[in-house]
Design a binder for this molecule. Structure first.
Ligand code: KG4
Ligand code: ZN
Length: 364
């Protein structure tokens, strides 16, 4: 086999500043180091991510993350074959910070520069972590993304559907706020739901009456607000049990939509690739046990293998960017100093754009 490639990855498209080193070949690579610095505390008082604060924090942290990733892997710039950086989609200030950092390093060290689509990074993660061969169906489900992608190659993605408004993680976060739970909302709702009755509150299952793979989660937020207020008015406040029942009912509604739409996405994907046998999930919401179990059941019913990357590489990180860069580099692709930061960058330019955007920007 040829000499392995060693790629530095840089990620700063949302609220995580990350750097990582990945070494290997297409289909068989190792994560040598992966460091992530989050910004939850910086945005905590604002009810969402403040783009200017995010961009400034990225600019301050990027070189520190790069240094940490190199020292953890016990490598220097001399060991690198290329530098890969998220060039979009995402918050423009953050993406620009990363691209400028990568350009500076590439120019100073005479290394090839590779711009990577953040969504491609997520979509390629199961191949980095488990060697999953193409083609496979991917459900990307996080605080900023929600889409079904048929992944046939590192440059060939077909988007089969996605959210037309909020991403599920965003809906979990908003619902948690409405129920007085802490952030991030997903794990808080999951914990509260443990003692709750998912059938007590009748919440809608949006867009299940439509035969496609598109989803909507913003209405659920309004529904949970109404249910909360009705219960509180009845009794003059919410009991712990009410809170648990609301959380469980909300989680069940999101899970039912994701699971049923996944079933439809498999059917749709098999029309394009009849031999399709693999399904993977990525993104923070993939941590949810009820959702994961539901997806596993769909895969078992339909005869597909199910894989989920380890959580640390499901959420935003730079190892996925380094690996996507490794595939580009191995294919002989390269960018130059004109590489632009792109706030919007759909992976599949053939599919029509989806409506709306989430707090972190649906981006495609
Ligand atoms: O992938 P991620 O770390 O960041 C981006 O959004 O890009 O995902 C974070 C999201 C948050 O909205 C969080 O509430 C959600 O993933 N999340 C969960 C769980 N753990 C994290 N949602 C549901 N259940 C969970 N256990
Ligand atoms: Zn992401």
């Amino acid at each position: 086999m040829n000499t392995p490639l060693t790629i530095l990855g840089i990620e700063s498209s949302c609220d995580d500043t990350a750097a990582a080193l990945v070494r290997g070949w297409p289909g068989q690579a190792d994560v040598l180091s992966s460091v992530v610095s989050g910004q939850v505390d910086l945005h905590a008082g604002f009810g969402g991510i403040v783009p200017e604060i995010a961009a400034r924090a990225h600019a301050e942290k990027l070189d520190i993350m790069v240094e940490q990733s190199l020292s953890k892997a016990e490598l220097t710039f001399d060991d690198l074959d290329a530098i890969a950086v998220t060039a979009g989609p995402g918050l423009i200030g953050g993406v620009l910070s990363g691209v400028m950092c990568a350009k500076g390093l590439a120019a100073a060290r005479g290394l090839p520069l590779l711009g990577v689509n953040h969504l491609a990074g997520h979509a390629l993660t199961p191949q980095l972590t488990g060697g999953l061969p193409f083609p496979y169906l991917m459900l990307l489900v996080s605080g900023g993304h929600c889409q079904f992608l048929l992944v046939r190659d590192h440059e060939d993605y077909t988007r089969l559907g996605g959210t037309i408004d909020d991403a599920p993680g965003e809906a979990f976060d908003k619902a948690a706020r409405l129920l007085g739970l802490c952030q991030p909302g997903g794990p808080a709702i999951e914990a509260a739901a443990q003692g709750g009755n998912p059938a007590r509150i009748g919440l809608p299952r949006p867009l299940l009456d439509r035969d496609d793979c598109n989803m909507s989660f913003s209405g659920l937020k309004t529904a949970i607000l109404r249910a909360r207020d009705d219960l509180a008015q009845e009794k003059g406040g919410l009991t712990k049990q009410d809170q648990a029942d609301l959380a469980a009912s909300f989680q069940a509604a999101v899970a039912d939509v994701l699971v049923e739409k996944s079933r439809r996405a498999v059917v749709t994907a098999r029309r394009l690739v009849p031999s399709l046998s693999r399904f993977s999930v990525a993104g923070g919401v993939a941590a949810n046990r009820r959702i994961r179990t539901g997806l596993e059941t769909v895969c078992m019913d339909l005869g597909l293998g199910f894989t989920a990357p380890p959580l640390a590489l499901c959420t935003d990180n730079a190892a996925m960017i380094a690996y996507a860069g490794l595939l580009r580099h191995a294919a002989g692709e390269v960018d130059d100093m004109t590489l632009a930061a792109r706030p919007r960058w759909p992976l599949d330019t053939r599919s029509p754009g989806l409506l709306g955007s989430g707090k972190k920007g649906i981006k495609a």
